[in-house]
Design a protein around this ligand. Sequence first.
Ligand code: AMP
Ligand code: MG
Length: 402
Amino acid sequence: MLNFGEAQQRVLAMAPRMGAERVGLEEAAGRVLAEDVLCPVDVPAFDGSVMDGYAVRAADFAGDGPWEFPVRGESRAGEPLDALTPNTVARIFTGAPLPAQADAVVMQEHVERDGDRARFTRTVNSGHFVRKRGDDLRAGSVAIAKGTRLRPAHVALAATVDRAWLTVTRRPRVVLLATGDELRSPGTPGPVGSIAESNTLGLAAMARRAGATVAVAPLVPDDLNATMQAFEAALADADVVISVGGVSVGDHDRVRPALEAIGVQLDFYKVAMKPGKPLALGKRGSTVVLGLPGNPVSAMVTFAFFGVPLLRAMQGDGDPLPRSWRARTGRAITREPGRLEFARASLVREGASWIVTSLENQASGAVAMLARANALMVVPAERTELAEGEDVEVYLLEELGA
Ligand code: AMP
Ligand code: MG
């Protein structure tokens, strides 16, 4: 059985890189940038005022105040004033370019206005209330680096540097296959013992959040031929085929034999983790196959740690793995050692610390517990108990995209 970290590395190593495409900025959030976006000009492009007030020349404030100067015009956003002459000031508003020769702004609350003259009682330093040209970004610098997963702030920044479109990595196409004679579509009647198919709904939502397009294939019965045909059809139009169920070693588990029969090279099929021991990774041509266990919690947890990073790596994301945080355990637990465990847990803030408490029902089919949890608490493989107040690693379900 492979350990968790090695299995994750093998998944990343197998990730084929998607090609690139152009998208308009309105489509760009959540995509991975496939180019360095350069800043063509200084941002901001001119020295500007950050206050409503008066543009002045600090050098004019010699000797003891108060000082009085004539007001020579007005500079406002979109309608600048070209220059100041010595011993004059200009009315200026937030965001407006500073007139040439001016080097500071005095806020209007500190100025007495009398007709076309302005009176100042305190001195001012050069640069005061001025946002300097190039303060945010310098011309020629990289505004957004290749491999960045674009957040709304990156989209706004791309627009700021005058880009209307970006080159991003193409979305991987995912085909999802649910296997099992007991499955029926949710909301439809079925015989006693049938269950509503839930995995593809949860997994499709996760895969879309990870940047993929998703198609869900018809339900696959526990039959070798049907399973082979279903995988053949899925492989024909997917970058990644993800199956759920039937991947273990029971009499009715057809996924591994079907994959072997149609020439998918299996890299591994068991990972020492809980939930989710049976988990298959394989490849045929450039298409990756991930066989997830059928229990709903196992399916979503394994997809979070293997499927989502795979889809991110395929898009060239420079940081595809989920991040973990530290917290203190809210109560002691005892357990069977052997597999790295991701316990469904509740993470809350108490005073200055984050406290993580595992939920009572850790069954790998207990999807209500996964929905109620907001975190997964990591229990190292060899541990048989954790004490109350121990420092542990946690993953946030929101960040895992589950
Ligand atoms: P399997 O991995 O096929 O042995 O399935 C393990 C458990 O998960 C069984 O109780 C299945 O009924 C259940 N299961 C498998 N696939 C799904 C699915 N797509 N949706 C909901 N439950 C499933
Ligand atoms: Mg099954």
